[in-house]
Design a protein. Structure first.
Lengths: 486, 228
């Protein structure tokens, strides 16, 4: 019999999930390492009582601007959020695309949404509280600036822009809009599995960092065909060197962000100081002007990552091994696979023979990769859970974009509610008190629903733009701090 | 269907004027209005449970307090001008947004916030509203100490209003500010709020006690009188 969900039932895993890794492992005897999403997946019969049910978060009405493949994916994901009691008040109330065919398809996915062929008309609707900008990269700047000006919360896909100047304009506007939430579409920043792995890696479990590799391999064409020459030109903006950030921007930005974040980010020596690029047109799968195969090597400054090189490569000419990040340390290597619609985000640790015993890994599930054995670093992967779960159907994968939009919805709703409370009690004037109260509310909600803001968005966008430039020039370029600063 | 009043301040002001009758406008002129400030204010709810004591904290109390014209909170004086039968004819309203109260547990504070918001029916009743009806001065007043009162008023939580009485102090600060401090002992069930009992699987049911204590430091600033 299906167990009835209790509104006040709190899963022990969720209760413990935010404790430190050390405390967690001590309490759990090195059993499993879990995260936010684990509570949302169906549990096999006999497994631990499921589900945290938290009362629904404030309602957020969305407008989605850009109804291409990714824009429609976002609409579908937003409608999926309603299945979670916390996000049941999420609505897509408006969709926009200037191309009628895509607009109709988007409208079919969100039947209650009003359809617009001009984003300015959508932004004029007061009932739209938050917008997702999923247009071609070079169109982001104007839309984001006008959306923030109109008082909307903004989720902007990454790269934020195709030039550093535009990215900085977006970052400045987002910084100024203290009553609104700006989220950069860096999905891993909201992924619970990543937030489990980050302290694990930063705690030194790998030993000293040696090198990092990441890849994005997907064989396919970037060329698109429209029903008119003008439409074809619009669809093929990624093939235009003046508008495209190339494979480094359009395909690898999540990896660039993930790796530099895990290496410490700008504050802890994880901002590269140089990038060297290589590129080729093997099959012309990105047209005659944009390389279809790219490799970039990032160097890090003196400090925590002295001597570490990060190799990132991308190709449209081979699909082997798809996407991953591989971190090599003196004690172990860690392989991370980002999640997608078919699989959850996963990671494994491969220990060196002379590495110290951590203890908990004895209890963890092991997976074999050729001659290597990896200790699973994924939720629900202990031997105990594996035994309990035998015969149970695999739970559906929760895609990274879903976590990302959950965070945006929670943050936008919470900040809007805090602003409403404040203005009703103390007035609308922009005072230091008002800013402090909203900053306090933001700090509270972001710890529960982490997300990339304008700082992370700008950082990753600059890395992608400069890496693309280095690849096109086949040169070594300095990544000056001024590129990242407003 | 119960209607939710998001912002009760204008309505309360209007109701006060209507109830006070034709002399209301004149009476309104003859008051000193203090308005709640967003800074230097704290409110804390303390409770118990079968696991451990718990607390929720916030920093937002909005609202107004009106005192008779001529009221001067001078700590050096033994008496307080404007008293009638030992009471200060004050009126006013304090408002606390439920969602601005946050659990102080180190682990998953959001879950505990959600449990409490659910218990307090936050969706329908997003504000805790207290309407003060009487401030009776405790005598004798010791010079140099804050003025101490027994406050009586109506407290509305989760749609239920009860008369409550608890001690408060009023201390004048610089620049026309006062700080009202107090502690109120309440029972959740008196407001039909079931003491939360979240079931933390594997650890058992964390059953909260019925008794809670509300402690507050509310900073208000005098609103300059309007020029005729």
């Amino acid at each position: 019999m299906k167990k009835k969900k209790n509104l006040s039932e709190v899963n022990r895993r969720d209760f413990l999930k935010n404790t430190s890794v050390a405390a967690f492992m001590a309490m759990m005897g090195g059993v499993e390492l879990t995260a936010r999403g684990a509570a949302q997946t169906p549990q096999p019969a006999g497994a631990e009582a499921p589900l945290t049910q938290i009362p629904s978060l404030p309602a957020v009405n969305y407008g989605v601007i850009g109804a291409g493949v990714w824009g429609r994916k976002i609409i579908t994901t937003l409608t999926l959020l309603k299945n979670d009691s916390q996000f049941k008040n999420t609505e897509v109330v408006a969709v926009c695309d200037h191309y009628a065919g895509w607009l109709n398809r988007a409208g079919d996915l969100a039947p209650k949404a009003e359809r617009f062929d001009d984003y300015k008309k959508l932004l004029a609707k007061p009932e739209v509280q938050a917008v997702v900008v999923a247009t071609p990269t070079h169109q982001h700047r104007d839309i984001v600036l006008e959306a923030l000006q109109a008082g909307k919360h903004v989720y902007c896909e990454t790269p934020l822009a195709h030039t550093i100047a535009d990215a900085k304009d977006i970052a400045r506007a987002a910084q100024k809009a203290f009553k609104q939430v700006f989220q950069a579409g860096l999905q891993d920043r909201s992924h619970p599995h990543r937030h489990f792995l980050w302290p694990f890696i930063r705690s030194g479990a790998m030993g000293r960092n040696v090198l990092v590799r990441a890849q994005w391999h997907k064989k396919g064409l970037w060329t698109r065909n429209g029903n008119t020459p003008q439409r074809t030109a619009e669809l093929n903006w990624r093939l235009d060197k003046a508008l495209s950030t190339g494979l480094m921007g359009e395909a690898c930005i999540q990896r660039l962000d993930g790796v530099t974040w895990f290496l410490g980010g700008p504050k802890l020596g994880g901002r590269p100081s140089f990038v060297t690029g290589f590129s080729s047109r093997i099959l012309d799968n990105a047209g005659p002007d944009v390389p279809d195969t790219v490799q970039c090597v990032f160097e890090f400054p003196e400090g925590a990552n002295s001597g570490v090189h990060f190799l990132c490569d991308a190709t449209l000419c081979n699909s082997f091994d798809s996407e991953y990040e591989m971190y090599y340390g003196t004690d172990s290597a860690i392989l991370m696979q980002p999640g997608d619609e078919r699989r959850e985000s996963k990671a494994w640790m491969f220990k060196e023979d002379d590495a110290p015993l951590l203890g908990w890994e004895v209890y963890a599930r092991k997976d074999t990769f050729g001659a290597e054995t990896g200790v699973s670093l994924v939720a629900n992967a202990s031997k105990q859970t594996a035994l309990t779960a035998q015969g149970a159907a695999a739970p559906p994968a929760i895609e990274p974009i879903q976590y990302s939009l959950q965070s945006f919805t929670a943050n936008a709703g919470a900040i809007a509610a805090a602003a409403k409370d404040y203005e009703e009690l103390f007035g609308e004037a922009d005072t230091p008190d008002y800013r402090a109260k909203l900053a306090e509310a933001r700090k509270f909600i972001i710890t529960q629903f982490p997300a990339a803001g304008w700082e992370e968005g700008l950082e990753a966008t600059v890395l992608a733009i400069k890496a693309n430039e280095a690849a096109l020039l086949k040169q070594r370029l300095e990544l000056k701090n001024e590129f990242f600063e407003l | 269907m119960r209607k939710t009043i998001d912002n009760p301040i204008p309505l309360l002001l209007m109701a006060s004027l209507i109830l006070a009758g034709p002399g209301a406008l004149q009476a309104a002129d003859a008051t000193l209005e203090y308005r709640g400030q967003s800074s230097n204010t704290t409110v804390e709810i303390q409770g118990t449970s079968t696991f451990h004591d718990w607390e929720m904290k916030g920093t937002s109390i909005g609202g107004i307090l009106d005192f008779p014209a001529g009221t001067v909170f001078d700590l050096s004086q033994a008496a307080l001008p404007g008293l009638k039968d030992g009471s200060l004819p004050a009126s006013g309203t304090a408002i606390i947004p439920v969602r601005a109260m946050h659990s102080q547990v180190a682990v998953m504070p959001g879950v505990m916030d959600g449990v409490m918001q659910d218990a307090m029916k936050e969706t329908n009743f997003p504000r805790i509203v207290y309407h003060v009806t009487e401030l009776k001065l405790k005598t004798p007043h010791a010079a140099g100490q804050p003025f101490a009162f027994d406050a009586t008023g109506d407290l509305a939580i989760a749609g239920i209003t009860n008369k409550v009485a608890f001690p408060v102090t009023i201390e004048p600060m610089d620049k026309g500010k006062i700080v009202v401090r107090g502690t109120a002992s309440l029972k959740m069930t008196e407001y039909k709020v079931p003491p939360p009992a979240p079931n933390i699987a594997g650890l058992g049911i964390m059953k909260c006690g019925d008794d809670i204590k509300v402690l507050f430091n509310w900073t208000l600033m005098q609103v300059p009188p309007k020029q005729p």
